[in-house]
Design a protein. Structure first.
Length: 460
């Protein structure tokens, strides 16, 4: 692994560039990755010459269980598209050349994200990337384009991943021992790592904005400039994989899990704005009190109406729901407000930069699914001509508003019974992700935790 990461220019890396680099031996390995249900890049390391000869023209294949396993890669029952009865056949991984990039932190390596398709090239409809692309296409029917930015927080430890595993993830040493929110001194303690990640991502074609400390011990955030929704989601998963790889090479471990301990969790606030196909910002109207157009109001109203039914796409794991605690900067109330961090939806910016921030997702979110849910809710708001409720001012934690579901079980039930989910995403997607939630619930409910041992070993 290359620890001396250099920033490259921001020109797009094209297939012709890759072919030339493979022939000149600058690139010898091409990572071909699909995005699984958990939001992870999974795939193959393909030798450069073979990639040009076969994969570039014919794609590559992989077992379709990649869209039907749990986080431990265990085969589990309940998925219609993939099972022992169906023989766990292959599907196609077809490269999307718009995602092609160099991977500066790995010697001689490039990466391309692939779409999951059946061998007849029809969509694997439960694939997160296909789910997002479908909602982007629906919005395009209104002559609109979604733009998003995701803000991922993570916690850094002075332990390697192997040490953390051996310790059972107990007694890990955070890279900072106190709250370093906006602290330049605190971030300098791990600037070697933060800089390596920033430069690595810039070299991969991501537009880096900044890095800052956060509230939990060893917690940090690196921000990237917004882009169209699909590109933002693609960059999100490249960054998440790369940050872990770079941290590992430098002797650190970092986690994006939503709630590592009882302190502040890792959020992934998602900013969304909409423009017309000419690039004009259509959410802004300077004559409005908050600078919002009627389209913006109906788009946000859709979020509020359907947030509970869609929470499974914002908070997909048992651990996700541990974030939603009063006064934690993670939302509990389904309210919107101008620059109000106590609300689930925060209106920020003005004019060309006007957008709303969804504060519900955590660091464990699958960005494709979350963005798809936000776009779908926004379209519903427009098509149903929903009126936006008055802005909330003050402390939304103390409001009488509807709440973010408190558990995965509650979110799964709302998802399962949602006519909206069935209509917009289809029965197959609804059933597929309900099964994912039920699989996690079954696994958790059969586990015995340290909390139970401590609470009941002697005293019960």
């Amino acid at each position: 692994m290359n620890s001396q990461i250099k920033q490259t220019d921001k020109a797009p890396y094209k297939f012709s560039d890759l072919a030339a680099d493979i022939k000149s031996k600058k690139i010898d390995t091409v990572l071909v990755g699909i995005v699984d249900m958990q939001g992870r890049l999974q795939g193959k390391r393909v030798h450069g010459d073979f990639f040009l000869k076969e994969v570039a023209t014919h794609a590559t294949e992989g077992c379709n269980y990649l869209m039907a396993v749990d986080v431990d890669m265990n085969t589990v029952p309940g998925y219609d598209m993939s099972s022992w009865d169906r023989g766990y056949s292959d599907f196609m991984m077809k490269p999307d050349w718009d995602t092609l990039c160099k991977i500066p932190w790995l010697d001689g390596t490039a990466l391309v994200i692939a779409d999951s398709l059946w061998l007849d090239e029809s969509d694997v409809v439960a694939s997160p990337r296909q789910i997002l692309k479908k909602q982007i296409a629906r919005l395009a029917e209104h002559n609109l384009v979604p733009y998003t930015g995701t803000e991922l927080e993570f916690i850094v430890f002075n332990d390697t991943y192997e040490m953390a595993w051996e310790k059972g993830y107990k007694d890990l040493i955070p890279a900072n021992q106190y709250n370093i929110d906006y602290s330049l001194l605190g971030t300098s303690r791990v600037e070697g790592l933060l800089r390596a990640i920033r430069l690595g991502m810039a070299g991969a074609g991501l537009e880096v904005e900044s890095a800052k400390g956060e509230c939990n011990l060893g917690q940090h955030e690196i921000a990237f400039r917004y882009s169209d929704a699909l590109t933002s989601a693609d960059r999100h998963v490249i960054y998440k994989l790369g940050a872990k790889e770079i941290a590992s090479e430098m002797g650190y471990a970092l986690t994006f899990m939503a709630k590592f301990n009882e302190r502040e969790g890792n959020s992934c606030h998602i900013h969304l704005s909409v423009r017309d196909k000419s690039g004009k910002a259509v959410m802004a109207d300077d004559s409005d009190q908050y600078g919002m157009s009627p389209l913006a109001k109906s788009f946000i109203a859709g979020q509020l109406k359907y947030m509970q039914e869609l929470t499974l796409f914002f908070a997909p794991n048992i651990n996700s729901y541990k974030r939603y605690i009063e006064g934690s900067f993670a939302p509990t109330a389904l309210k919107w407000g101008p620059d109000n961090r106590t609300c689930a939806l925060r209106l920020v910016g003005h004019g060309e930069s006007l957008r709303f921030e969804n504060r519900v997702p955590g660091g464990d979110v699958n960005p494709y699914l979350a963005e798809a849910a936000m776009i779908a809710a926004g379209i519903a708001g427009m098509e149903e001509k929903l009126e936006l409720e008055p802005a909330f001012t003050g402390n939304a934690y103390k409001s009488e508003a509807a709440r973010v579901p408190e558990t995965l079980a509650a979110a799964a039930e709302l998802w399962a019974n949602s006519a909206f989910v069935k209509k917009i995403f289809g029965e197959e997607v609804q059933a597929h992700y309900l099964n994912m939630a039920n699989t996690e619930l079954k696994a958790f409910n059969s586990a015995v935790t340290d909390w139970e041992r401590i609470r009941t070993f002697e005293r019960m």
